[in-house]
Design a protein around this ligand. Structure first.
Ligand code: SF4
Length: 414
């Protein structure tokens, strides 16, 4: 049976964070029940089409999934277990799982915002078959959380984390954010130190990107640091200005993070992701390895058998007719598949292998990328380790630039 990852999108939040460009809406409580019904209808409609796939991971993301009631989450998970092969065989999950006699071994994550999820909710998630929690903490410094427009404090996170542990979750991720306006190396060290005391199994440390259409983008201007250096800053409506870290500071923060987490027993398995051995996120790895994934819910993306599509971002249209909301499908060309294979696979610290390339595309990688590989190797951006090709630390430092080299121009294509 072929593998398929499932992503379920919950597009609601308590309030919009100032940096967020995801499809998520605040103040929509009256839509929750009809959205969950629509989602279950979409799930049901996939039953026959994907009956030959075994589900390798499930990820309920958003938005803020934990904004829904535990009953609504359970309604969604029950529908997933009824309609997909989440546990090894259909007979097992349909019969025994719903009688609560077995638990899925498949990684099954839900994103939670600290502060709006209770101990009872975590216990209900556990009973519903969820076995991994992902907390969006972002910072342990309350002032930084306020700058970001987050709804919670660090104390809220501590309570939620303890509640999740007490409910029996032994696989927890914490998202933290680098390059927050006003962040310094010292405040970052405090965030990392505080998170470390809770020993989560997984830590994602991404850098903030100022996206179009966000409050931060509207408030972005050139300003002066205390030392007089001109730099980008966020000019907040209360009149305060928070400068963005320089590239150099960001890089120092990145090195510090890597070194400190590695000393604490975490292994970096992707440019921005760290895990205790055995707890790397299989959902994310599947994405970087280009496994099939099916996105369900508003504006969710899918890629199955090298065909991509997205669901509509129109909430009313989705709720009305969730079975017919695909926007135009795009069949990926072989060239596009190769490009993705390289620039997604090279994000993993283990890199890609020549053998996987040949098995996937029936062409030797040197025939397609020989000159690019030689050039990057000469610049010490990549290294070869037996069959593997991977980024060096120098390559990771400028990964966007390096990965862009794998876009195939017409000369390479021939
Ligand atoms: S909680 Fe997440 S999805 Fe919701 S607004 Fe904030 S960043 Fe966006």
């Amino acid at each position: 049976m072929e593998k398929l990852e499932l992503y379920i999108h919950i597009p609601f939040c308590v309030q919009k964070c100032r940096y967020c460009d995801f499809v998520s809406f605040a103040n929509c409580e009256e839509q929750f029940a009809s959205y969950v019904d629509a989602l279950c209808r979409e799930i049901e409609s996939c039953r026959e089409k994907y009956s030959d796939y075994v589900i390798s991971s499930v990820y309920i993301g958003g938005g803020t999934p934990s904004i829904l009631s535990a009953d609504q989450i359970q309604k969604i998970t029950d529908s997933l277990f009824r309609n997909f092969n989440i546990v090894n065989t259909k007979e097992r999950h349909k019969g025994l799982f719903l009688q609560k006699k077995i638990r899925p071994t498949t990684e099954f994550s839900i994103e939670c915002n600290p502060g709006i999820v209770s101990k009872a909710d975590f216990s209900a998630y556990k009973k519903a078959g969820i076995n991994r929690i992902s907390f969006g903490l972002q910072s342990a410094i309350d002032e930084e959380l306020r700058t970001l427009g987050r709804i919670h404090t660090y104390e809220d996170f501590v309570r939620s984390f303890e509640d999740a542990r007490e409910a029996g979750f032994d696989n927890i991720n914490v998202d933290i954010m680098q390059a927050i306006p006003g962040q310094t190396m010292i405040s970052w060290q405090m965030t990392l130190g505080q998170v470390g005391t809770w020993h989560p199994e997984h830590i994602s440390a991404y850098s903030l990107i100022i996206e179009d259409g966000t409050d931060f983008q509207k408030w972005l201007k050139k300003g002066k640091t205390i030392s007089g250096e001109e730099r980008d800053g966020i000019f907040l409506p209360d009149g305060s200005v928070k400068m963005l870290p320089s590239e150099e500071e960001e890089r120092d923060i990145y090195y510090f993070t890597r070194d400190m987490l590695e000393k604490s027993g975490y292994k970096r398995y992707e440019i921005s992701n760290f895990a205790v051995p055995g707890f790397a996120c299989s959902h994310n790895i599947g994405y970087w390895k280009r496994e099939n994934y099916l996105g369900l819910g508003l504006h969710a993306s899918s890629m199955v058998a090298n065909v991509r599509w997205k669901n509509t971002d129109d909430l009313s249209a989705y709720i009305q007719d969730p079975e017919n909301v695909h926007e135009e499908e795009q069949k990926l060309t072989v060239k596009e598949q190769m490009e993705e294979f390289m620039f997604l696979g090279l994000r993993l610290t283990q890199g890609i292998t020549r053998t996987d390339f040949v098995n996937t595309f029936h062409r030797d990688i040197d025939l397609v990328y020989g000159p690019v590989l030689d050039d990057l190797y000469d610049q010490s951006m990549i290294e070869f380790a037996e069959d593997a090709i991977r980024l060096t630390q120098k390559g990771i430092d400028v990964s966007n630039q390096v990965l862009a080299e794998f876009l195939i121009d017409s000369k390479q294509e021939s």
